[in-house]
Design a protein around this ligand. Sequence first.
Ligand SMILES: [Zn+2]
Length: 573
Amino acid sequence: MIDILIKNGIIIDGTGSKAYYGNIGIKKDKIILDKQLHEDHSHIVIDASGKIVAPGFIDIHSHHDLYIVDQDPVQRFSSFVLQGVTTSVVGNCGWAMAPCLPKYKSMVLELIQSMSVPVKQFYWESMKEYLSYIQRNSLMCNIAQLAAHGPIRISVMGDENRFCTDKELKQMKKLLRECMDAGCVGFSTGLMYYPGMYAHTDELIELAKVAGEYGRPYASHLRGYCTTLPFSITEAVTIAEKANVPLQISHLHSLPFLGWISNVLPYFFTIIEAINSVIPLPGVPNPTLDKGLEIINKAIDKGIDVGMDAVPYTMGNTTITALFPPWVNRGGRNKLLERLKDPEVRKKIKKQIETVIPQWPHWEEDSWSDPHIRAIGWKPVKVLSVRSDRNRWTEGKSFVEIAKVWKTDPFDALCRLTLEEEGEVTYIYGYPAKPWLEKMFNKMLLHPMMSIGADSILPAYKEGTPPASAYGCFPRFIGHYSRELRLFPLEEAIRRITGLAASRYKLENRGIIKHNAFADIVIFDPNEINEQFTDDGKPASSTGIVHVFINGKHIVENANLKKGIMPGRVLKA
Ligand SMILES: [Zn+2]
C-alpha cells in the first residue's frame, strides 16, 4: 500500500526531459514510481488530469533564514509555499544568523537587524546550535543553509574596516570549517556590503578553499553590479579558479550608470514601449551585462564550474541602509542612525550620494561600487514597506513624492524616514516590467546555467508590503517567461527551478521526480499559473498552484494552505 496516488498527471521530472503522462505514488516521505501503481493500492487518490506534476520548486536565492526566529512561521512562509516553494537555500549575500561568538555577538545581531529584521536576540553561538534551534522551532519548508562571510568575519574582527591578518584568517577558516561540519551546503559572500567590502580577494580565495575541501560552492553577491560588474565577475571567477570550487553568481543583473538621463528616462520609456507595442523593437543594448556574460562563458569554456541565479523581475528590493554609502553602515544600524543625526556628517553623505562615481575595488573608506541613486536617479527608488502606521502612506512612493509632502528635498526625506522608522524600511528600485524593457534581461535568463531565486527582503512587520517575488516569483517565471513569452519550453523552465538548483548545492534526491527521491511535489495548471496583484498593486496569492507536498506531507490542497503542518527539514550536506 502507498499513502497517496497522483494519477493521470503530466509528469515533468526536473531534469529537462520531455513531459510524459503517468502516475506517481507517495509513501511516507518518498516518491514511488512503479508501473503497477493502482488506485486500489492507495489510501488517497488525487486526479491530476490536465495538470503538471513537477518536483517542488527550489528558491536558490533566499533570505528566509532571517525570518524564522522569533516570528510567526505561517505568516512568514505561507506565500512561498503557496507558490510551490518546497526548499529555500538561505544564508545568501554573506548574511546568516550564525556563528556569533560572545565577543562580537551584539555586532552580528546589529548586522542582521540592519536588514529590517525584528530579531531580538540570538539563542546560540555556533552554526550547529543554530541549525538545531530552527529545526526544533517549526519549518514550513526545507532549508539548505549557506555559511556566510559576514558573521564569520565580524565574529573574528568586529567591525574593523581593513584587510585581515594571517592570524585572523586562520580563525575565520576555523569558524567556516565548523559551519561546513554543521552541514552548510556552500559558502556565501556579500562584497557590496559591510563587512564583506573590506575583504581582499586573497582572503576570499583562502576561505573558498575551505568550502572546496567539502566539495561545496562559493556563492557571491558581487562587489558591484553597476559599471563595476565585469570586474566583479572576473574577481568571482578568479576566486573559484584559484580555490578550485564551483561558483554561484548571485542575482545577476546590471544597473546602468545614468546620471542626469535618469530624470527623462520614464518619458523615453513610455514613448518607446508605445512604439514597441506596434512594431516589435530589438531589446535594449546592455553592454555591461553582455561583457559579464562573455566572461562567464569564457570561464565555463575553461572548465570552471560556473552557475548563476536571477530574480525574474526588472526591479530589485533591499533594505534602506543600502541607499547610504558603505562607510555610513559601518558598525551596524545604530551607528548609521547616529551618523544621520549629525548635520556635518549628513552633508558629507549627501554630497557622496549625489556625486559619487562607482569605484573598483572599493576598499578605501569612502569608495562605493553600487550607488543606486546616483546610478538611476531618485524617481525609480520607491519605499516598499515601513514599520510605523503613521508613515504607511509613504509605501509605494518615491522620495521625490515624499519630499513634496514634507516640503523638503529627497535626501532629507530619505534621512527623515530612515530615522523615524529606525532603519526598518525596505525599498524597491528600477523600472516596472514592460515588454521592451524586459528584453534587456532575456538573454541572461536564456543562459542554461541560470537558476531562479526570489531574493525577497520581507517587511519588518506583517502590516508592511512584501516584494512581488514573495508571492509570485516562480508562477511568474513559468507563466510569463515560458507560457506567454515562450522564452523556453516548460520542461526547461522547470529544470531551472528544480533539478539545476538542486545540483548546484548537491541537494541529494531533491528537485527531481524519480523513484525513492524525497516527495517534494508541486501540481499546477499550466494554463493558469501566474503571479497576481490586488487592485491597488500589492502582491496577492498566485494562481494555478493546486497541490504542494513537502517530504510527503500534503501542505497545499486545492490551492489552500493546510494549517498546523510543519513538514520542513534542515537539509544538511
Ligand atoms: Zn544579495
